[in-house]
Write a protein that binds this ligand. Structure first.
Ligand code: PLP
Length: 338
């Protein structure tokens, strides 16, 4: 294993030894190639560069106490990528190909998988891009699907803790019938200004309201939202948010804990009634929210400076499954290195 200060790694890019690539040409996917070059030779007229024919995914590999390396629900990442492909007219990457490439790239870079104790993980980043030259707005005929990995530090360096969030009304990340439900780069470009503004004002992240009515909670930065009250897990139903795999898993775990789960529109006002609130995604699992400010109305919705009990329980349970410390009742985990 590499001699790195795993616990102090940031969520940044660090080169590893290999990436894997697969090309789509003449209507079919080719063989998986192993590559040690970090660069891609690309035609300057590629559709990914001009027309945003680009999609990505994000998942992690976890080294367990038992030394085994697990990945979490990669079939769900494959399915979400396929949905994105249908959304922006790219050929779907078959689940078997996706899974084989994830396993291969993790195994090839096993020296970069952080230790169990560090709380750090190996982040896996699949990327699909349109590579044929076009000047008219048309889908590409050729594609590159590549996966690289990079070790990332633990999200909570000082332990599970809360952060303040802010509702920003001056920007929309995506439209109700737009690409918010797909994991395409354009959505993230659209979020950069609001995210910078939130950071400038001292918040962890920006919240978006639904773009049409500016009334309902959508999501925050690169995470879904949930609130907890009366033993119920409530999370937004919206056509402009990314279907989070962490959120889907938390809904199941909440149900397993005997809680009610509601997926529905959440009017901003309802925030007042939540006992706990959190942002959820692969990066943090759960990032508990201390308060949410609405800058335009001057309202503050307070959830407390300490993480709530249920959030903590859900966080601990999901992490324990990911690291192999708890029984994987739902079959979410694949052992990649035994
Ligand atoms: C916009 C957005 N929402 C939510 C999520 C959380 O999704 P997941 O739990 O699959 O990581 C992500 C991260 O992938 C995201 O980029």
């Amino acid at each position: 294993m590499k001699d790195l200060d795993w616990s102090n790694l940031s969520f940044g890019y660090m080169p590893t030894d290999y990436n894997v690539r697969c090309y789509y040409r003449n209507g079919k996917w080719g063989e998986i190639e192993v590559c040690s070059d970090e660069y891609i030779k690309l035609h300057m007229a590629s559709t990914c560069l001009h027309y945003g024919q680009e999609a990505f995914e994000g998942l992690k590999a976890y080294r367990g106490k038992d030394g085994k390396v697990r990945v979490f629900r990669m079939d769900e990442n494959a399915a979400r990528l396929q949905s994105t492909c249908r959304g922006i007219l790219m050929p779907e990457v078959p689940t078997e190909l996706f899974e084989e490439m994830v396993k291969k790239v993790v195994r090839l870079n096993q020296e970069f998988i952080p230790t169990y104790e560090s709380g750090a993980t190996l982040y896996v980043r699949p990327l699909l891009i349109g590579t044929s030259a076009q000047v008219g707005v048309h889908p590409s005929t050729e594609y590159l699907f590549t996966i690289f990995v990079t070790p990332v530090g633990p999200y909570f360096k000082g332990g599970f803790s809360t952060n303040p969030y802010v509702i920003i009304r001056d920007y929309d990340r995506s439209a109700p019938l737009g690409t918010g439900i797909y994991k395409v780069g354009g959505n993230y470009a659209a979020s950069l200004k609001a995210n910078a503004l939130a950071h400038e004002k001292g918040y962890a992240c920006e919240f978006y309201l639904d773009a049409k009515e500016k009334k309902y909670m959508d999501e925050c930065g690169a995470a879904n939202f949930f609130g907890i009250k009366n033993n119920t897990y409530v999370t937004p139903k919206s056509t402009s948010i990314l279907p989070s795999i962490t959120n889907k898993s938390l809904m199941q775990l909440a149900e397993d804990l005997g809680m009610k789960v509601e997926r529905r529109q959440i009017p901003e006002d309802e925030l007042e009634t939540f006992e706990e609130a959190g942002a959820c995604g692969t990066a943090a699992v759960i990032s508990p929210i201390s308060y949410i400010d609405d800058l335009d109305t001057g309202k503050r919705y307070d959830f407390g400076a300490e993480p709530g009990k249920i959030s903590k329980k859900l966080y601990d349970t999901l992490r324990a499954i990911q690291y192999g410390d708890e029984e994987d009742k739902h079959g979410w985990v694949s052992i990649v290195i035994d």
